[in-house]
Design a protein. Structure first.
Length: 405
């Protein structure tokens, strides 16, 4: 008996009674005329997670705070909002360069050749660097390795440039250069999303120019990167570079961004203020006492990726647990899934089980999802739309085919 589908979840007998058109008869149709024995399968969601750790002199407590809360973060990642998760994690630093104008007029430029967007080595139990540059989610030592990797020390640049570090890591020749040659090749996978997590207590000071056009002065009451911000590469230019990332087969890469940075504790706003301690005045962000500058650019980048700023939080929080749990939610809830063994999207019924146990039923005919066919060795994908957009807390995604034998 042939398959028929022209009404949402109608029985085959009802469809036949209505004389519905069968997609089996369409020229070039891939729809089988009998039910498949093997049901469609939702493939594990692949996410490559890149932490960008500020390793300047003021970041010791913040690095320790992140490491302390990693157990909850990893547990939330593995829970996965109803879809199996396949992730890996790597770390780079915010150190790319440091240009400083000294009191005697000397223009001092410092480079960081072992950093500059390069994945940092995973250290062993004796804290010695290994050849490993990222950690798989299946690694039984994921947690202790990750905790050691987050500890990047405090001898890095005081001119934090996370946007440029990320560009070098994923959008420059370094991204394809083999690990054995000092590159990051192999970290980014085809069909994987990229999640960038920036952790910093200062403003971004990124520029593609060399030498960098902005220099640090001697006055602690002046935020040099804000005062000379017009010389920096615009946030929008970095954002477009990240949005334009493609995998080795030319497919668009989904990029997510989260920031734990110098913004206000109460409302996440970026606003410059100062604090005087003894005879010295320091730059701060308002309502963020442990920051060392206002996070204007940091905030702008987070908002470019998510206008609600759900992906932005303050570095001045006493605990980062909830912040990291929110970032885990961001990492696990994708609005697309790869599917295999789906003969035709017109026959697909996708059931999304919500946190309260209710089931949202979705079909292509109702405009609930968009289907992207497979190409080469790339799997087909379903992109959720409208009322079927996935939410934090979803417990299951299941694809069924409306058919009869």
């Amino acid at each position: 008996m042939k398959l028929h589908t022209c009404a949402h979840l109608m029985s085959l007998s009802a469809l036949l009674a209505l004389g519905c058109h069968s997609p089996v008869d369409d020229e070039g149709s891939t729809v089988p005329d009998a039910c498949e024995a093997t049901p469609p399968v939702v493939a594990p969601q692949k996410t490559d997670i890149l932490f960008v750790i500020d390793n300047s002199g003021s970041m010791r407590e913040e690095q320790q705070g992140i490491a302390t809360e990693l157990p909850a973060f990893l547990a939330a990642l593995k829970e996965g909002s109803g879809v199996a998760q396949d992730f890996r994690v790597g770390v780079i630093t915010t150190s790319v360069y440091q240009r400083q104008l000294l009191g005697d007029g000397v223009d001092l430029i410092r480079s960081f050749p072992d950093q500059e967007g390069k994945l940092q080595p995973v250290r062993d139990e004796s804290n010695q660097p290994t050849a490993e540059r990222f950690i798989e989610s299946s690694d039984p030592l994921l947690l202790p390795k990750f905790q050691r990797l987050v500890d990047q020390g405090t001898s890095g640049s005081g001119q934090e440039s996370p946007f440029e570090a990320v560009r070098l890591a994923v959008a420059s020749p370094l991204a394809a250069q083999p690990l054995a040659e000092g590159g990051n090749g192999g970290f980014l996978r085809d069909d994987a999303r990229l999640l960038v997590v920036v952790v910093s207590d200062e403003e971004d000071c990124s520029s593609k120019e060399r030498p960098p056009p902005v220099f640090l002065g001697q006055d602690t009451a002046v935020d040099s990167c804000t005062a000379q911000g017009d010389k920096l590469t615009p946030v929008s230019e970095y954002y477009q570079a990240f949005q334009g990332l493609r995998d080795s087969r030319g497919a668009s890469r989904e990029v997510l961004w989260a920031t734990i940075g110098p913004v206000a504790l109460t409302d996440k706003r970026a606003e410059l203020t100062t604090e005087t301690v003894g005879d010295t005045t320091y730059v701060r962000n308002v309502d963020c006492p442990t920051s060392y500058g206002p996070g204007y650019r940091q905030s702008d980048m987070a908002k470019a990726f998510d206008a609600t700023r759900a992906n932005l939080d303050s570095i001045c929080k006493p605990s980062y647990q909830q912040t990291l749990l929110d970032i885990a939610d961001l990492a696990t809830v994708a609005q697309s899934v790869a599917v295999v063994n789906l003969p035709d999207p017109r026959l697909a019924v996708v059931n999304v089980t919500r946190a309260d146990g209710s089931v949202q039923t979705c079909t292509a005919a109702n405009g609930d999802f968009r289907y992207e066919p497979p190409s080469g060795d790339r799997s087909a994908r379903i992109f959720f739309l409208g009322p079927c957009l996935r939410r934090v807390g979803d417990t299951k995604v299941e694809v069924k085919v409306l058919c009869a034998g």
